[in-house]
Design a protein around this ligand. Sequence first.
Ligand code: AMP
Ligand code: MG
Length: 353
Amino acid sequence: MKKIIIFSLVLILLLSSGCARTETKRFQAEFLSLFDTVTTIVGYSDSEVHFKEFAEEIRGKIEEYHRLYDIYNDYEGIVNVKTINDNAGIAPVAVDRRIIDMLKFARDEYEATDGTVNVALGAVLRIWHDYRDAGLSDPENAELPPMEALREASRHTDIHDVIIDEEASTVFLKDPQLRLDVGAVAKGYAAEQVASYFEGQGITSLLLSIGGNVRAVGGKLTPDSTGDRRWNIGIQNPDKSSPDAEIMNVLINGISVVSSGIYERYYVVDGKPYHHIIDPATLIPADYFAQVTILCRDSGLGDALSTAVFNMPLEQGRDYINSLEGVEAAWVTKDGAIEYSDGFEAYLKGQHT
Ligand code: AMP
Ligand code: MG
């Protein structure tokens, strides 16, 4: 009997010292230079060293996507979306499966959203990009692109000229003047792939944000005082003059939060700001909202929809979002009013908790 008691005491001591050694804590890491933005990783680990290793593994995976989806830079030994653009009208380019899958996804979203998000809009977007860059470096002389040039470029934006050969794993831009710009979907698509990968590896609690494109794996490991495990995500206030940095907070578990807004990239011409989301119907920045936020499981879908819905009038966008299972949206109008899809308010902090 005594033996048994001693044995169980030893066992308890072993267990408790074991617990102390593996006590999990919450850590956060930030990385610059991926997808031209800030990447934030929140997770749990028994030590800072282990978390750093884990965060570095995540960073490495995101960097692979960043390089593959880059349209501005070449990387030694890597065939990326820029390579496809450089070979427009010349030859099909053999690419990594991750490029094929992302482009197929983007094409599906083009069809689903009436073309309001179009990764083949690069010829038009490049003109805006160049004028914005010039305007930012010389604000006094900032100019708008001539409509004539935009119209001419828009003749080279047919997504059906992006020929994807899945068997050969090649992409060919049939129109020599067509250019891919995957800025509207790449970050979210990459966040989704990386988060799903780690989910598959057994990770149950992780928050990944690539430039505000947020994907949660599960909830928080340690609940708050009310037992709530949901992550609290602040959504940036599109009105930068407001004292409130965040316009709302949502509580999420295992889903994505993705916003598109006028404050992300813009330049000023004659006192008026011109942002980076271009309505394919008008070829100028969409003028409906200051911000659109999407909540849904798949971060790639969230990213595609945030851009698409930004380019739709409210009623069209609301009907569309309400028709989708598991997708919610919030629209912030330019005067600061907020509109919601049918189920969005259930996620707002302070309601339905
Ligand atoms: P997001 O911030 O996700 O709304 O994406 C904006 C980025 O997507 C821009 O910087 C452009 O590179 C690109 N973009 C802008 N307008 C469109 C559009 N209508 N369709 C596809 N991509 C777009
Ligand atoms: Mg987007």
